[in-house]
Design a protein around this ligand. Structure first.
Ligand SMILES: [Zn+2]
Length: 282
């Protein structure tokens, strides 16, 4: 099986920033650093974009697209964790995406992984072809989850009416189920994280998760994030770009080819996938 990797970037306002800025796009130092890493490895980026940002950030997105290969997918319309995949969010995001890109969206990612059965039903009703929201791992806390029973590779969710979509879970390091995300690499530090990566490896189809704030969280002034979460997100903040490059270099060395999720979808769709009945979701 060909090894394919997708770099994903959840395009949303900087987490905890009262000004709702996106410094990765605004700050030329961050922007150039990001672009140079993607270019260096001939990578591509699937951007899960919060669709109410399209109007305001249009020029920034266009500028980024002149430098690196990007495709947009949907990351809800308003990024409300309490309303992550409601009918309204699915409808509004589809409408905004279609208006901006001239195409129907094929992929959805719910804010902080809060996909559920009803949400998947809305995606099926609105002809989405994939969802990429499921954490196949454990996280405590208010927005926690316990999904160790879920696959770490793409699978098909099929409803009794015959409609189906492919779920691309966030990729976890095999066996230990630590997410392949810049935030986790920063939390654990590269020494430990890279050891786990080498020891346990990734599946042949891998998604790398990142957010703009992952690259400079500790430099966001007046953040509303407090306590343990602030501490966790601030760890190794100044090394974020190096870690990001390390993760991409790891993929390149392991022989992964970089593709958009839409391209991975084309490959995976041809394969025999595990099927899960939508009716039995969770
Ligand atoms: Zn998000």
């Amino acid at each position: 099986m060909k090894k394919l990797a997708c770099i994903t970037l959840d395009m949303e306002p900087d987490y905890g920033d009262p000004e709702k800025r996106i410094r990765l796009l605004e700050n030329s130092e961050y922007f150039e650093r990001y672009v140079s890493i993607i270019q260096k490895y001939n990578a591509k980026v699937t951007m899960f974009t919060v669709t109410n940002l399209f109007d305001k950030w249009n020029e920034h997105f266009a500028k980024l697209a002149t430098r690196i290969l990007i495709e947009h997918a949907v990351h809800s319309h308003t990024h409300d964790p309490h309303n992550a995949c409601s009918l309204e969010e699915v409808q509004n995001s589809k409408q905004a995406y279609t208006k901006f890109t001239g195409k129907s969206p094929i992929g959805y990612r719910a804010p902080i992984g809060r996909i559920d059965k009803a949400g998947l039903g809305h995606l099926l009703d609105h002809h989405f072809m994939y969802d990429a929201s499921l954490y196949p791992s454990i996280r405590p806390g208010q927005f926690g989850y316990a999904n160790l029973h879920m696959p770490n590779i793409p699978f098909r969710v099929k409803r009794a009416d015959g409609k189906s979509l492919i779920e691309f879970p966030f990729t976890a390091i095999e066996k230990i189920r630590i997410i392949f995300a810049l935030s986790y690499a920063k939390l654990l530090g590269w020494f430990g994280y890279s050891m786990l990566l080498k020891l346990f490896g990734l599946p042949n189809h891998a998604l790398l998760l990142s957010h703009p704030h992952d690259f400079y969280f500790a430099s966001i002034p007046n953040t509303t994030v407090k306590g343990l979460e602030k501490f966790a997100l601030s760890r190794n903040s100044s090394k974020a770009f190096d870690y990001f490059e390390n993760m991409i270099r790891f993929l390149a060395k392991q022989g992964y080819e970089f593709v958009f999720i839409s391209e991975l979808y084309q490959q995976v769709e041809q394969m025999p996938l595990t099927e899960m009945a939508w009716e039995n979701w969770k």
